[in-house]
Ligand binder design. Structure first.
Ligand code: 3PG
Length: 391
């Protein structure tokens, strides 16, 4: 795919879709990684004399104006990070926006309002896409985190303007693409999280590509149940029992190492005050629930990770938001940080965990995409990428 470096931008009005969907609490940004990660593209465009028009969604306002989801605060943060004035408008299309764009000088930055305040955004409405396109001469998609969404500002607009990737998009696609198409080996994939159904496709695809697949998190208990173990009150998706056994079979057939936890932490309550203890997988008490991988599993997984040349991690090993259930996720994060292999964190919860344990800067690549990186690792095409021009 072409990137912003491959086209003329000087003096052009450039509509840049970014993912400024940052976590916020009481009107404050709690993690501005996604904004910082767009700086290379924004600076490149400023330095090359483009008129930079930034568009993003924030949260899920469902097609209506929502005061707590305005892009005003992210725009302010961008301005601080750039050390440069940034204009914010309170709409994303229409006469007022057009007037602001007409008044821009080369190198100016304008941030539009949350594109999801418009019902047409998530419907990928053609009229809205055309209105976005009318603001600009070029479309740059730098919103890797939203690339799995076929929305008016991510996909639709690309049909009405020359469309290229931004530098963050380019980096994400190149790192993740190389990992999956030409991995250094041994290649270890670590899959956690709570729901089996969310991870079925990624486990399936990574079993094809990786040498080792390590399973953790709430989704592991469906596997144990399928193997005939008592799992007490642990998470269970009884529609995925056959699929779970299928993975064990598939791994055997392909000669892959498929690891399930050998022990776990069980608790009598889902709280920081719970009684909890480590037990082997065949000894889960009937009225307790599994909340983390146990110490034997942690040591086993750390060993596999240590001996890997490439590690891709998606999904926590336990309920890491509660400190007494966080050790499995923490030790996996530590092993990823310590290994000499290249480590990729697949966004979302695992990225938050790496941050929480102050290990983020020890990872080689932390994706800015949650759902997007998951779909990429599932081997699916991302509509926001497909729509970009090849030549
Ligand atoms: C994300 O946070 O994963 C992206 O910004 C996409 O957000 P969405 O799940 O609301 O589409």
């Amino acid at each position: 795919k072409k990137s912003v470096r491959d086209v003329e931008v000087t003096g052009k009005r450039v509509f840049v879709r970014v993912d400024f969907n940052v976590p916020m609490q009481d009107g404050q940004i709690t993690d501005d990684t996604r904004i910082r990660e767009t700086l290379p593209t924004v600076k490149y465009l400023i330095d090359n004399g483009a008129k930079v028009i930034l568009a993003s969604h924030l949260g899920r306002p469902k097609g209506q104006v929502n005061e707590s989801m305005r892009l005003t605060v992210p725009a302010q943060r961008l301005s601080e990070l750039l050390g440069k004035e940034v204009t914010k408008v309170d709409e994303a299309v229409g006469a007022a926006v057009k007037a602001k764009v007409d008044a821009m000088n080369n190198g100016d930055v304008l941030v539009l309002e949350n594109v999801r305040f418009y019902p047409g955004e998530e419907k990928n409405d053609t009229e809205l896409a055309k209105q976005f396109a009318e603001l600009a001469d070029l479309f740059v998609n730098d919103a890797f985190g939203a690339a799995h969404r076929a929305h008016a500002s991510t996909e639709g607009i690309a049909h009405f303007l020359p469309a290229v990737s931004g530098l963050l998009m380019e980096k994400e696609l190149s790192v993740l693409g190389k990992a999956l198409s030409n991995p250094d080996r041994p290649f270890t994939a670590i899959i956690g999280g709570s729901k089996v159904k969310d991870k079925i496709d990624v486990i399936d695809n990574l079993l094809n590509i990786a040498d080792n697949v390590l399973i953790g998190g709430g989704l592991a208990y469906t596997f144990f149940k399928a193997q005939g173990h008592e799992i007490g009150k642990s998470l269970l998706d009884d529609t995925k029992l056959d699929a779970s056994l299928g993975f064990i079979e598939k791994a055997k057939k392909l000669g892959k190492n498929f690891y399930l936890p050998v022990d776990c932490i069980v608790a009598d309550d889902f709280s920081a005050e719970a009684n909890h203890k480590a037990v082997d997988i065949d000894s889960i008490p009937a009225d307790w629930e599994g909340v983390d991988i146990g110490p034997k599993t942690r040591a086993l997984y750390a060993d596999v990770i240590k001996n890997s040349k490439l590690v891709v991690w998606n999904g926590p090993m336990g309920v890491f938001e509660i400190d007494i259930f966080a050790n499995g996720t923490k030790e996996v994060a530590e092993a990823c940080a310590a290994t000499e292999g290249y480590t990729i964190i697949g966004g979302g919860d695992s990225a938050a965990a790496a941050e929480k344990f102050h290990l983020a800067d020890k990872m080689d690549h932390i994706s800015t995409g949650g759902g997007a990186s998951l779909e990429f690792m599932e081997g699916k095409a991302l509509p926001g990428v497909v729509a970009l021009n090849d030549k």
